[in-house]
Design a protein around this ligand. Structure first.
Ligand code: FUB
Length: 459
């Protein structure tokens, strides 16, 4: 990012977000633009797969997908980019909306990409043994290639083990996936788009039969099947239909989220998941500085159901207030575990893995709900610095809250020569939000890999 762009971005974001410091959680990722959220729960961790709008995009310029995870719904760990268009030898561009699912020891990530043969969008499937990848093309060719509008796949495994893949814009289609998850049986079924199932269309009514636009998301709750989708046309809102089976017949129910007027993007995209006893709706807006229709950002809000199974309308909010867990500072915490940040980027290399980079004076990371228990005596941070005289100030509870330690980040001579830097900590006990504030001269200060505290009993 150019220095001027970065400074402008920081100033604008500071002004926009000033009233929200210490409160805001949405959008949940601030280091890049993210879109098309697809949550997945595995082993008590919520993984979030997203698309990635390139900085300053003026179209859906999307080259790779991203993965993040959380165990508390407020701190998100960046796992980088486990899959890109380049992984599909038959595709050339457009890493659009996908979804990942676990089955029989493998993670299957269904994604639409634009084919090199000029025949438009088709759906591929990538496979990995790990939720954070790396993923590889499972087939070496599209899984679904039915007519150019093959975008936005959603995958779902029913209680009887039958898996379904729905997708499409302007049509809505599905197949029954086989147990191998990389092939399907039977024909591609086109879902009838009629008023009963998907409501009347108010915008561009001559162009499409119903309000259904794109971005289907299949979900089941207490034997009722839900199909959430982007509806409209543009600007899109989120709506849903329900059915007694995964194949319909679908009945239109309601709007879930109206058009986002303030800070919205002209698209929206739902992802609904149950986690730790609650349900969460992921969606996207254009609210980050520099954000808009092609520079979108993923958000999350809690989703509630009425007794009859209908979804309570969701008003986009500042995000999740109450964490569902806490951070243990006496274990190494990756620097890329972030509740909120300003001015930063993340990067990855083979030796270090993910780390935080593009760190300038006064940039910061907020980590929520850090549990110091009976107290901490020493702070450690792994950083690689080319600049002299940089520091990490650690404040609690707010950006200007009590300063519990100042850790000098010594010059290591290279931005990839890592050293552990340490400092003594003033007494801090109990649970606090932590603000790691970076200080130094102009320009990039250092790269930051992880941090950790030591307790009085030496832990
Ligand atoms: O991100 C590209 C496209 O925009 C997705 O495929 C649609 O769902 C819309 O969000």
């Amino acid at each position: 990012m150019s220095q001027l762009y970065k400074i402008t971005t920081v100033i604008i974001s500071f002004c926009l977000l000033l009233p929200l410091f210490g409160k805001s959680q949405n959008p949940i990722i601030q280091t890049i633009y993210t879109a098309d959220p697809a949550p997945m729960v595995y082993n008590n961790t919520l993984y979030l797969y997203t698309g990635h709008d390139e900085d300053k995009s003026t179209w859906f310029t999307m080259n790779d997908w991203k993965c993040f995870s959380t165990t508390d719904m407020v701190n998100w760990t960046d796992h980088g980019s486990p899959l890109s268009v380049k992984c599909f030898s038959w595709a050339g561009k457009d890493a659009w909306a996908g979804q990942c699912i676990f089955r029989n020891g493998n993670f299957y990530w269904y994604v639409p990409v634009n084919q090199l043969n000029g025949k438009g969008m088709a759906i591929g499937v990538a496979v990995s043994k790990s939720p954070t990848g790396p993923f590889q093309d499972a087939l070496g060719k599209p899984l679904v290639n039915s007519g150019g509008g093959d975008i936005d796949p959603t995958v779902f495994i029913d209680d009887d083990g039958q898996a379904y893949l729905y997708w499409g814009n302007p049509y809505l289609k599905y197949v029954k996936l086989n147990e191998d998850m990389t092939s399907y049986s039977g024909d591609v079924v086109t879902v009838p788009l009629n008023e009963k199932g998907f409501n009347i269309r108010l915008k561009d009514a001559d162009k499409r039969p119903t309000a259904y636009e794109e971005a289907p998301w299949l979900y089941k709750r207490k034997s009722l099947y839900y199909l959430l989708y982007a509806a409209g046309g543009v600007p899109e809102h989120l709506a849903y239909s329900t059915a007694p089976s995964a194949t319909g017949p679908w009945s239109y129910r309601d709007t879930i989220m109206t058009i986002i007027k303030k800070g919205g993007a002209f698209t929206n995209h739902p992802g609904l998941v149950d986690y730790k006893g609650k349900s969460y709706l992921f969606y996207h807006n254009g609210a980050l500085p520099g954000g808009g229709g092609f520079t979108r950002s993923v958000c999350v809000d809690e989703c509630q159901f009425n007794d009859d199974g209908s979804i309570v309308r969701i008003e986009p909010s500042g995000g999740i207030i109450k964490a569902t867990g806490s951070i243990d500072p006496f274990k190494r915490v990756e620097a890329e575990t972030i509740a909120w940040s300003e001015g930063l980027k993340t990067a990855k290399n083979n030796r270090t893995g993910m780390y935080v980079t593009s760190i300038g004076n006064n940039d910061y990371i907020k980590v929520r709900g850090v549990d110091f228990g009976n107290g901490a005596k020493r702070f450690e941070a792994s950083a690689a610095a080319i600049a002299k005289g940089s520091k990490i100030e650690v404040h609690i509870d707010s950006l200007n809250g009590t300063l519990v330690t100042t850790c000098e980040v010594k010059q290591t001579g290279d931005m990839h020569k890592w050293m552990v830097h340490s400092s003594t900590v003033k007494k801090v006990t109990g649970i606090h939000d932590l603000f790691l504030v970076f200080k130094g001269r102009d320009g990039d200060l250092f790269n930051f890999d992880w941090w950790k505290f030591y307790s009085y009993n030496g832990q």
